[in-house]
Structures are given as C-alpha cells and as structure tokens.
Design a protein around this ligand. Structure first.
Ligand SMILES: Nc1ncnc2c1ncn2[C@@H]1O[C@H](COP(=O)(O)OP(=O)(O)OP(=O)(O)O)[C@@H](O)[C@H]1O
Length: 347
C-alpha cells in the first residue's frame, strides 16, 4: 500500500531499506550506536555505505519502533505517508523505512547537536545561551509547527516539548517525533502527549486541535525564557506560575538570569514581548490563542531585533562559554536588566 501511494506521488523521495543494510549500518543495533530511547522505541546512529565508489556514505538515525498491533498497521502506513510528504527545513525528514523486521524501522535524517532539552538543562555542562539564539530556535520551531498545521495535509504534532526539538549544525531547530501526529483538526484521540506540556482543555475533552500544539509551544517558550523545566507533579505548573508572575510584576525573578544579565533596554523590551506572546499561547479558553503562523512571524520579528553573535554560537560548541554562574547570581549588569524589565512590565 505504501509503495503504491508513493509511486503515485512523484514528489516524494522515500527509500525502502533492506534488512541487511540497516543491520550493517547500525552494527547490528549495537548499544554503542544507540543515541536515544523514548516511549515509542530506540534510536540508533547508522552509517549507510554509499554502495559504490561515487556515492558517499550517509549518516542517518534509525528508530526501532516498539512493535505495533497488527490491527494498527494500516493507520501506521497512512501516518508514514503523511510524514514523508512533510518537507520543511525545520522538520526532521523521514527518508525511508524498513518493514522487514518484526517491528517497523523508520529512517530519519541525522541531527547532530542533541535536543533543546539538553541545551537548556544539560548536566554537568551549563551553557550560556544568548537570548538571540533562544528566540531564533523558538521562531524556527513555530515556523515548523505552522507548516505542519497548514493545508493541504494538516498535521498536528501532539507532543511538542524540548526533547522533541532537535538541534542541527549551527543550532538550527528541527522538530521531530510525530509519535502522536494526527491528520486534520478536531480528532478525538487517546492522550499521548507529555503531561507538563499538555493543554488543560485537551485533558478534559481529548480533542486534539491546532490550539493544543499552540499551548505546548507556549510552555516551551516559557522554558526558553526561564530555563525552568515544567514538572507535572509540581502544584503550580510553569504556565500558571509564569502568568501569575506577569500579573504581579515579579516575572523578572522567574526569568533565566543569563538573559536578564544581557541587560540593555532593547533586550528587556524583547523579553517582555516574547513573554506576552508565551502567555497568549497558553491562554484559556484555547480559542483566544494565536495561530502558530502569527506566533512564528512575531518571533522572527523579535529575533531579527536581536542579531545573533557568531562568537557566542561558536562558544556553544566548545568549552569557552560554559557558565559556572548559579541561577540566582546577581551582578551590577543583572541589576540594570531587572530595572529595565520592571519598567517595561509596568507599561
Ligand atoms: N533524527 C535524529 N537525529 C539524531 N538524534 C535523534 C533523532 N531522532 C531521535 N533522536 C534521539 O533519540 C531520542 C529519542 O527519540 P524520539 O523522541 O523520537 O523517541 P520516542 O520513542 O518517540 O520518544 P518519546 O517518548 O518522546 O515519544 C531523542 O531525544 C534524540 O536524542
């Protein structure tokens, strides 16, 4: 079924791999090739040999999915068709699959710099990530999601979170893991997303809709600004805490000290606008949330105000920019930032 659909759509480039090819490329799924494990399977780094002298070897990521229920095979294939049609610079590309194992194997482009979660919360290295970089990553993520939401093949992500935002060369965002993707709006589904990022309205009616992704994206934007990981078990989730702090003028205490320390009044104005946007994305009722296309445009505008410093970007790759500063460190510069943001927030 999959191959006949793909044949009829000449625009899709998709490869069916042999079992032997993937066994060789992953060194028989060797544990040293394993690069990540999630709820839906294990991901391996794999080197596909070119086949002849003129084709170079290619690095890909192979996801060995957990076994699927045979009654879900058709649904699974339909999802594959949607995924391989998606073509956007900020979405991890599905390049092929292999159905000759007990469980399906999905082959993706390899994204080399880990996840946004690692960048923000990686341990033991705590890296300084400039506001400009955070805004650009947020803009790219929103653009990717807006693309997914757009016709003709409207797709909902369903599990937007920093673990599913991969970072490529140059720290370019690539949205991944469409484990919960569903075609078309307003489809009733079993909840599969990650609790701390889940829209409270979805938890009541289980209707997955574009606004569900907007909410999760809003929480990710809050996480980018505060560097705080939202935890489902905490009494107050990050979205509520963030909105309360915006309301009572204490947001500056919640923000990541690293971006507040950047300090100019332009920075503070941009932080203020990005915070407003994050708050709108998590509005309840959900119909008040902006569409992701609008969010992407606004974030791109903000990220253009704050040009990225190429030295800081290089430093992210090396060791020179690792901060030893604690979350609460206060400097004179930080003091300027606090004052400027308080003025902004008072407007
Ligand atoms: N294309 C890729 N390139 C590089 N690393 C990847 C790629 N895809 C996934 N990974 C790594 O593998 C990990 C697990 O992948 P993924 O999130 O897709 O699995 P999952 O089982 O669907 O997880 P989840 O529990 O989030 O649904 C990721 O966090 C990432 O570190």
């Amino acid at each position: 079924m999959l191959s006949s659909i793909l044949k009829s759509d000449g625009n899709i480039s998709f490869t069916f791999y042999d079992r032997g090819e993937l066994v060789k490329a992953t060194r028989n799924f060797h544990k040293n090739n394993s690069i990540g494990e999630g709820a839906h399977g294990t991901v391996y780094k794999a080197i596909l040999s070119g086949g002849d002298d003129t084709t170079p070897a290619a690095t890909v990521a192979v996801k060995r999915c957990k076994q699927i229920d045979p009654s879900r095979t058709e649904e699974f294939v339909r999802e594959l068709v949607i995924l391989c049609r998606v073509n956007h610079p900020n979405i991890v590309r599905l390049v092929g699959c292999c159905l000759h194992f007990q469980a399906p194997m999905l082959v993706y482009e390899f994204v080399q710099n880990g996840t946004l979660d690692k960048l923000l919360h990686g341990w033991p290295k705590r890296r300084v990530v400039m506001l400009a970089t955070r805004l650009r990553i947020a803009a790219e993520t929103a653009e990717a999601l807006a693309h997914l939401h757009s016709p003709p093949h409207t797709t909902l992500h369903g599990d937007v979170k920093p673990e599913n935002i991969l970072l490529d060369d140059g720290w370019v965002a690539k949205v991944s893991d469409f484990g919960c993707s569903t075609i078309d709006d307003n489809i009733q589904v079993v909840p599969k997303g990650t609790l701390a990022y889940l829209d409270p309205e979805f938890l009541q009616d289980f209707q997955l809709a574009a606004k569900t992704d907007v909410y999760s994206f809003g929480v990710v934007l809050m996480e980018l600004l505060t560097r705080k990981k939202p935890r489902a078990k905490e009494q107050k989730n990050l979205a509520i805490m963030f909105q309360e702090c915006m309301g009572n003028g204490t947001l500056v205490d919640l923000l990541d000290a690293d971006i507040v320390k950047e300090g100019s009044s332009i920075t503070m104005g941009v932080i203020h606008q990005a915070s407003e946007l994050a708050s709108r994305c998590t509005a309840v009722p959900g119909k008040e949330r902006p569409a992701l296309g609008e969010v992407a445009e606004e974030l791109r505008r903000l990220s253009d105000i704050m040009p990225e410093d190429s030295e800081a970007l290089h430093a992210l790759e090396g060791h020179g920019y690792i901060s030893t500063a604690g979350e609460t460190e206060t400097t004179g510069f930080y003091g300027i930032g606090r004052a400027a943001l308080s003025t902004e927030l008072a407007r």
